[in-house]
Design a protein. Sequence first.
Length: 308
Amino acid sequence: MSDADDFFFPNKTLEVVDGKTTAWLPISSRWTSIAACSTQLYAQRAGLGGKLIAFDPLFGESIVPTAIPCLPTEVTSSLRQSDRDTATTTLLGPTFVCPGAYSAVQTLLISSSTQQVFCCPSEYGLNVPVTGKDSFPSQCTSLLTKGETLAYQSTTPSGPWGSQTTTVQLTAGPTVVFGMHVNGFNVITAAPVAESSTGTASTTSSVAISSNSSAAATIVAVEDSSLSGGAKAGIGIGVVLGILAVALGAWMLWRRRRKSVEGYLVERVVENPEGRQEMDVPHQRHEMPAFRSNTVKKGREVYEMAGN
């Protein structure tokens, strides 16, 4: 990746896991939707199949130089990454929301802390999730039926792209238009976890995702377009924080009750510092019954009195 890319993406972060480098390009806000973007269609060259493609981020660069940009530059950089730097995988994330003209159509759970969000143009439906970078953009499709008129860019007879627009009356349908997909990742970084047996702590960092992630990953939900992937991740964090708040409140209540009991015991000790109680009993004299000693002369009696 060039220095120019670093200049335009100040929020880019690099992560190295098991010797593999991942460049993250976050998209935390929705790209403004422009109505004219839906008309930027072109037909592939005949040798490539002639398929109709819309929302291509390279449309202005390769076909119509005056075309307005319809996707964030982070999307273009991520799609072209494999042509510039094969040692680094560039992905959209670890915070990601769909562009303004797009809707989330599906979410895959990659791990307990990572989800991949699949986005298609709002008027397009999900055909098949695309998890690689070099695949044909077959994820999002729209069907044109018989009788509709379609305007699109095509190559000139001599070969290069021309700026002319061809209007075709569809005589047989349906005709498939493929919309360029935009996919990204939301990653939740776990907090340090203490190990009781050794007294050490370990951390779980953001997960690096390979560009060849398998399509066999678990499908967990069909994403609601009104709730972004980042918002759902925030809900998960909120649940954890709520549990911690309840635990903290219970601990504070227990501590307060313990202090109350200790204060009561201290007051009792102050009232009776020696820790014992004596009863106030009046002094009385006690006499032992008389007894006659064998060694005493007859006629004399000896009495013994107990001490006080």
